[in-house]
Design a protein around this ligand. Structure first.
Ligand SMILES: Cc1cc2nc3c(=O)[nH]c(=O)nc-3n(C[C@H](O)[C@H](O)[C@H](O)COP(=O)(O)OP(=O)(O)OC[C@H]3O[C@@H](n4cnc5c(N)ncnc54)[C@H](O)[C@@H]3O)c2cc1C
Length: 382
């Protein structure tokens, strides 16, 4: 099959990292083809996350992640102001029992990386019987749904970006100083051959399947089917966030500007784990449209795990006073991937690896949403 279209860049993966990269490159006069497997963009980790605009507090065991959070936070906040919920109180608490940290250590850590953290000795809605110490901090929540809409309209305005939805690459080879890629539109059953000087793999959980297809090395990942539960609360509204540090605990915070609170839990958010290079789960034996090489959207999957929402609600309830009601609204599921290197320190760096020099092939592995700008540091604009 002959090459039909030529581009400067092919970007595989239309999550926020692929979309941001496409807009950035288009702004630098690059011709881009953005390939997304699903019928819409940003429907996986870019929407299914806790929406925490990380200030660094969450990573007392990974100073590098904490510092990277801080480095990107100011710019992300400025660029996405209308989509950020600034007006809530964000508390971090140390559990009375079995915490990997304590108040002294947490304060020292915050002072070390220069993030505000003020001890609080009472709060009418928080159960001091269960916590060793409580801090009010400065951290915000972004709205993934509004951010999704914003970037989709920005992308529409980029005349030099072609967007291919319902599409995935099925063959790839280095040729003529660039890459030739065969793409399959699964909705229409059509195939096409395209080429580009450089390729960016922004497929997150799908990273290694694409790396294999291009014959480049894998990055070491582990994967978890994850659930974020959404609740509403008449007493808390969307005015309070509470994260219990540091160990097998829980977190609750406003899900952007939705008016809901998102719950996540170290023990209950992650349903199933895969240590394979590409996510392999038993549910893929039921849903044959989801395989390690081409993952489906867990939210629409008939074989997704039963919700852990009751356990998540019960867990966070322990840290709240009895009068606080938490009413379950629904859950979002996706595959969360992590670098194996951060298994111990719990860090979530964003790493962009050049896995092939000539022709260029980049693999973005994103730890946090506010690090979308990292692509600007490495990409070759010719
Ligand atoms: C449960 C959870 C909680 C999180 N909490 C936070 C948080 O509070 N704050 C924060 O900053 N970050 C958080 N994160 C991390 C953050 O969500 C991710 O780092 C970020 O969304 C990754 O974006 P992405 O664009 O790389 O991936 P995605 O949004 O997953 O996008 C990848 C895209 O690639 C597509 N794709 C995959 N394979 C192929 C293929 N073969 N062909 C074509 N397309 C393909 C997918 O369909 C998808 O649209 C969380 C993540 C999870 C899962």
């Amino acid at each position: 099959m002959a090459v039909q279209q030529k581009y400067d860049f092919i970007i595989i993966g239309g999550g926020i990292f692929g979309v941001y990269a496409a807009i950035y490159l288009a702004g630098h006069r690059q011709r881009v083809c953005l390939i997304e497997k699903e019928a819409g963009m940003m429907l996986k980790a870019s929407t299914v996350n806790q929406a925490r605009l990380h200030g660094g507090y969450h990573y007392p065991r990974s100073v590098s992640t904490a510092l990277m959070s801080d480095e990107n936070k100011a710019r992300f906040t400025e660029d996405h102001k209308p989509f950020i919920h600034f007006g809530f109180e964000q508390y971090y608490a140390i559990d009375e029992f079995n915490s990997f940290t304590d108040g002294v250590q947490f304060e020292r850590f915050c002072n070390f990386i220069g993030i505000p953290c003020k001890p609080v000795s009472q709060h009418p809605l928080i159960n001091f019987g269960r916590i060793e110490s409580l801090y009010v901090t400065q951290e915000y929540s972004f709205d993934p749904v509004l951010i999704n809409q914003y970037y989709r309209s920005k992308l529409k305005a980029c005349s030099n970006v072609r967007i291919c939805l319902n599409t995935r690459p099925v063959a790839a080879q280095a040729a003529g100083g660039g890459w030739e890629v065969e793409i399959l539109n699964t909705a229409e059953g059509t195939r096409e051959r395209i080429s580009a000087g450089q390729v960016i793999n922004a497929t997150y959980a799908g990273s290694n399947a694409i790396n294999d297809l291009f014959g480049v090395r894998n990055i070491e990942l582990m994967h978890e089917i994850s659930e974020i539960a959404l609740v509403s609360s008449p007493q808390l509204g969307d005015r309070i966030g509470l994260t219990i540090m540091d160990g097998p605990f829980a977190s609750m915070m406003p899900y952007g500007k939705s008016g809901l609170l998102s719950l996540s839990s170290v023990a209950y958010t992650h349903h199933k784990v895969s240590y394979e290079a590409s996510p392999a789960f038993v549910c893929q034996q039921i849903n044959l449209d989801c395989q390690p090489e081409y993952l489906a959207n867990c939210n629409y999957c008939v074989a997704k795990p039963a919700s852990n929402q009751k356990k998540m609600v019960a867990q966070i309830r322990q840290y709240l006073e009895d009068e606080v009601e938490l009413n379950y609204f629904g859950s979002l599921f996706t595959i969360k991937s992590k670098l194996m290197a951060n298994y111990i320190d719990d860090g979530r760096p964003t790493e962009i690896a050049v896995l092939n020099d000539n022709p260029r092939f980049y693999c973005i592995f994103a730890g946090k949403i506010n690090s979308i700008y990292e692509i600007e540091k490495v990409v070759d604009l010719g």
